[in-house]
Design a protein around this ligand. Structure first.
Ligand code: ADP
Ligand code: MG
Length: 695
């Protein structure tokens, strides 16, 4: 009995593939099943509609097609140099064709005087256009030629098994012919957006008949990809908000009010007030809040976090704040303690908390005496039990995985409200995709009185100017960071660079006038902490560091951030680092030191930094430069595995698709209507594309 083919049928069953090739396809290209091959889209197309004249052909490195009448051919050379050389001409000139292999076969099809369609990559040989191993076929004036020829990614191993681009294209052709593809998107949506039918789109993405049909296919498949992604995300959001009840914070009581009116050291920005209102609203109705708070570095997320936690306390719930690093947790703890004073029970729990202290903390947390706990991943451990956790806040969300987030909220009888904060401004499109199950709040305003940081890019020969600026700032009582990149392959090398840099700085800024501190990954948490503390207290003026300081550290008196080997940092990292300064009222500076010769991309990165302080603009640029696959956290998230849509360039389409999905789910949250049957099936894990064997 013939096997039932579907999207999940192992690729070995495809005629012409077999077990050996299927193994290699899986290893080399991740193609395991029919569907994988079908979605192995061409990365470009060769336009076969255009015929060049011989005298227009240039050795440009890309393929050209032309018509030529065979003038003559001969076999030349011996053994290894044996080759078939042919001359073809049109009304403008003569070109040479050469074959080293398959000579006998080529010879059979050549006939002097006939016209051929010739395709290949031209080179210049003895001042003549010459093409080695061209594709050649007899020209038939009325033949409908395939217009675009797909070009597929392949690998050396696959090429040896005749699965080069051509071979893959043949396999896909076979695949398309031996199955029937069923529609996945209901007619009413297809008509509304003028989407090509799926079978047509899939055929055309591989073997387009025209530019227009290719564009249509492209649009349809991108639409589909983004559509089901959004449907999945938004559908689960509905399910979640129905499933999880959350605590109700109906009181605004003593904790919140007395802090707000007596201790809050500044007026909140309008953006902070707005976000607080959003949080208030979210926590009033008994459904779990799941909110992402985005705010550029220095925009003042911490105070929003604190006020939200006080709200939880006013309703007799506990709150926790989890940070990605020991230093940051430490700093949050001290900062919060200083802000709230003695009225609130607050503790710090990290990996280096001492045994005895830890057990005390755990006990008071479990019996509800402890109101706020600040910590690192240590908070996720099983023995950390809350009495009644009402609000869990995660700082620098991008450092944590989705699972960790989930783990935190499963720590309770009642699902606590979740607030995740990030200073890595995520472009809207990405936020929609990555955190589609979260509501998003944005602090889009910096506290008043901040001066924009001045950023300059200096090359090595300007190093003295950099030293000069440091001296000047330090003489005004300011402090300075000097940051070195982390080279992941070699921690040793890192330290080497760091130490060399440190020595140069010590020569330039000698004791006792200047004091330099140093923080890097090799230090114990305790050592790091005490170095940081010396800097925070102003006992050192220069802090030399690797990127351990990247996240969250707050020293308002620091006014210069020097980034060494700035070309080695990604844009968002550079922006994060820069955000360590500019936190006080003084003018601050960011100095990007780089080597002289820069790649195009590094150059754009550094230019972008010099041009703008706007985290969102920078994030957009980052996305554009690196592609979404690289954006921090995306890879682990595993959701963004797009085959055809591109989050950087398809933002408008994503918005359209998202609006449509919202509209559909508003009317039919469970996709029960007949018109949405296809969507329900598509979501429930049935193959996204329907298949039937027809031959
Ligand atoms: P981030 O959003 O990067 O976490 P922080 O919460 O650390 O920023 O705030 C940065 C600095 O700005 C802190 O010193 C904080 O006290 C201060 N700050 C926060 N909000 C305001 C405000 N509304 N007015 C003045 N200063 C503020
Ligand atoms: Mg912060």
């Amino acid at each position: 009995m013939a096997p039932e083919f579907n999207l999940k049928t192992p690729i070995g069953y495809l005629s012409g593939i077999g077990p050996h090739r299927s193994d290699v396809l899986a290893k080399e290209l991740g193609i395991f099943v029919f569907g994988d091959l079908l979605h192995h889209y061409p990365f470009r197309y060769i336009d076969r509609t255009v015929f060049h004249k011989i005298n227009q052909i240039e050795p440009s490195g890309s393929g050209v097609q032309f018509l030529g009448r065979l003038v003559s051919y001969s076999i030349q050379g011996e053994k290894r140099t044996r080759r078939l050389v042919a001359a073809v001409k049109d009304e403008t000139g003569i070109a040479q064709l050469v074959w080293f292999q398959g000579i006998r076969w080529v010879e059979k099809m050549l006939k002097v005087g006939n016209v051929y369609t010739i395709y290949g990559t031209p080179t210049l040989f003895n001042d003549q256009i010459s093409i080695a191993h061209p594709e050649i076929e007899s020209y038939k004036p009325n033949q409908v030629n395939r217009t675009f020829q797909p070009v597929y990614n392949s690998t050396e191993k696959l090429k040896r098994l005749s699965l080069d681009s051509k071979g893959l294209s043949k396999a896909i052709d076979v695949l398309l012919k031996s199955v029937r593809i069923n529609e996945t998107i209901p007619l009413y949506i297809r008509s509304k957006y003028e989407l090509a039918d799926l079978p047509v789109a899939l055929r055309n993405i591989h073997f387009p008949e025209s530019t227009k049909s290719l564009a249509n296919a492209n649009y349809r498949l991108k639409f589909e990809e983004l559509f089901f992604l959004q449907l999945k995300i938004l559908k689960s959001k509905i399910t979640n908000s129905v499933r999880f009840a959350g605590p109700i914070f109906k009181n605004v009581g003593a904790n919140f009010n007395s802090f707000y009116s007596e201790r809050l050291p500044f007026e909140l920005t309008n953006a902070q007030k707005r976000v607080l209102k959003e949080i208030r609203r979210d926590t009033l109705h008994g459904a779990q809040m799941n909110r992402l708070l985005q705010g550029d570095v220095g925009s003042g997320k911490t105070i929003v976090a604190l006020l939200s936690m006080l709200l939880a306390l006013d309703n007799d719930f506990q709150a926790c704040l989890m940070a990605p690093t020991e230093i940051l947790a430490q700093q949050h703890y001290q900062g919060l303690k200083a802000l709230v004073g003695d009225g609130v029970e607050i503790s710090l729990l990290t990996g280096s908390t001492k045994r005895r202290q830890r057990s005390e903390i755990l006990t008071s947390l479990a019996d509800g005496e402890l109101q706020i706990i600040v910590g690192t991943h240590a908070l996720l451990e099983d023995n950390v039990k809350f009495n009644n956790l009402g609000l869990a806040i995660i700082d620098e969300q991008h450092r944590f995985g989705v699972q960790q987030r989930a783990k935190l909220w499963k720590k309770n009888k009642l699902t606590p409200h979740m607030l995740v904060m990030t200073a890595t401004p995520i472009p809207r499109t990405l936020a929609m995709t990555l955190y589609g199950d979260l509501d998003v709040s944005v602090i889009d305003e910096l506290p008043a009185g901040r001066r924009p940081i001045k950023t300059v890019h200096l090359k090595e020969n300007m190093r003295l100017r950099m030293f000069g600026l440091l001296r000047e700032e330090i003489s005004k009582g300011r402090q300075v960071y000097v940051v070195y990149p982390l080279i992941e392959e070699s921690e040793k090398l890192d330290l080497l660079y760091l130490n060399a840099g440190l020595e140069a700085l010590e020569r330039e800024f000698p004791l006792p006038t200047y004091k330099i501190g140093i923080v890097h990954g090799r230090l114990s948490p305790k050592e790091k902490e005490s170095e940081m503390e010396r800097f925070v207290k102003g006992q050192t003026q220069i802090l030399v560091a690797t990127t351990v300081i990247e996240v969250g550290v707050n020293v308002p008196n620091a006014s210069v951030m020097v980034i060494e080997n700035a070309e080695r940092f990604g844009l968002s990292q550079l922006h994060q680092l820069r955000g360590r300064v500019g936190r006080g009222a003084e003018q601050s500076f960011c100095i990007l030191m780089s080597k002289d010769k820069l790649s195009r991309e590094s150059k754009i990165r550094l230019e972008t930094m010099v041009e703008t302080n706007d985290g969102f603009k920078i994030a957009e640029k980052d996305l554009e430069l690196r592609g979404p696959g690289d954006i921090t956290g995306l890879q682990q998230s595993g959701i963004v595995n797009l085959k055809i849509a591109d989050l950087a360039t398809d933002q408008t389409l994503l918005q359209t698709v998202r609006n449509e999905v919202i509209h559909i789910l508003d009317n039919d949250p469970n996709l029960n209507l007949d018109e949405n049957t296809l969507l329900r099936k598509g979501l429930s894990g049935e193959p996204g594309i329907g298949w039937e064997k027809i031959s």
